[in-house]
Design a protein around this ligand. Structure first.
Ligand SMILES: C[S@@+](CC[C@H](N)C(=O)[O-])C[C@H]1O[C@@H](n2cnc3c(N)ncnc32)[C@H](O)[C@@H]1O
Length: 307
């Protein structure tokens, strides 16, 4: 299934693209947002990141006709500043994050992201990274697995699932997605198994976030992006997980407020360098959600450097 770009027109509108500006798409994926940015550029340039080689190669084909205006960078967006500096860029007019995985990650059984396909437990977005979901499941302490399931997916049955994983791997290593699905099912009460939604969904989500160190990479990169902005430059974040949205919300708040020491009676005339563009988060329309189920949890936030 082709990846359907989420909040396409809203993201482009809020990037407020200058035809001659320098833009960064941190999450190239299927190239939907990137193509729309490129269409708005004249002399400007787009730097497009994806750590996934497959995604990058597919997007290169799609964006071939814009090749003079785009530079592809296969790297984790946590290396944003360093990679851009290597390209001779130290400030930018806009940065987009459309977080998470692409549909093709789930659709390709070999990648081991999906509880619906039987495959080696893998879940790496960057296939050059040695650490996989299989290693996590077979080597992390039971209490560490429990913490991952609680923290990244709010899994109510984290202790029971972590216990069953620890028991099962004593017999033999857990190798595949379907082996893990069976273990998860064996840890859940029948009442829960009968509920709507796949019983392994939360565990798989938590493992994916942990394997790819997603939250840490995002937090690191977001700060770099904000600090590289030119005046009137913007960072647009589309997130699909409450923890990602919280990172965006708190980071944006830190950059758009100035701390005044309590003991000062007269406030100094200090204004923050950044402003929030939307006080309320932007979400997809009902129509978009009907057409693309993945859009239902999307939230967009925007920050601008004002001085
Ligand atoms: C939701 S998709 C982006 C879809 C894209 N905006 C489009 O319109 O087709 C997210 C992409 O970001 C990539 N990605 C996620 N985390 C990354 C990271 N830390 N560094 C680089 N790429 C990352 C994934 O491999 C995936 O291809």
């Amino acid at each position: 299934m082709e990846h359907k770009t989420v909040l396409l027109s809203e993201a482009i509108k809020h990037l407020n693209i200058k035809p001659n500006g320098v833009y960064v798409d941190c999450t190239l994926g299927g190239g939907g947002h990137a193509e729309a940015i490129l269409l708005s550029l004249e002399e400007g340039h787009l730097f497009a990141f994806d750590q996934d080689e497959f995604a990058l190669n597919k997007a290169k084909e799609r964006l071939f006709k814009y090749e003079k205006k785009v530079t592809f960078i296969q790297s984790n967006f946590a290396n944003l500043k360093q990679e851009l500096n290597q390209q001779g860029i130290d400030s930018v007019d806009g940065v987009l994050f459309d977080l998470g995985v692409s549909s093709f990650h789930f659709d390709d059984p070999e990648r081991g992201f999906s509880y619906q396909h039987d495959a080696e437990l893998d879940m790496r977005m960057n296939q050059n990274q040695p650490f996989t979901a299989k290693e996590l499941i077979n080597t992390f302490e039971e209490h560490e697995i429990k913490k991952i399931l609680y923290r990244y997916a709010d899994e109510r049955f984290a202790p029971q699932i972590a216990r069953k994983i620890a028991e099962a791997r004593k017999e033999s290593p857990i190798r595949t997605t379907f082996e893990l699905v069976d273990i998860i099912k064996s840890a859940l009460p029948n009442k829960v198994l009968r509920q709507k939604g796949h019983p392994a969904k939360k565990t798989f989500q938590a493992l994916r976030i942990a394997v790819n160190d997603e939250l840490h990479a995002f937090e690191t990169s977001l700060k770099q992006a904000i600090e590289m902005l030119n005046i009137h430059g913007r960072v647009v974040v589309i997130s699909f997980h409450s923890l990602e949205d919280r990172i965006a919300k708190h980071t944006f708040r830190d950059y758009t407020t100035v701390d005044h020491p309590k003991e000062l009676f007269t406030m100094p005339e200090v204004e923050p360098d950044y402003a929030l563009i939307n006080k309320k988060i932007i979400t997809p329309s009902e129509e978009e959600i009907t057409l693309n189920n993945r859009a239902h949890s999307a939230k967009m936030r925007v920050i601008e450097k004002i001085k």
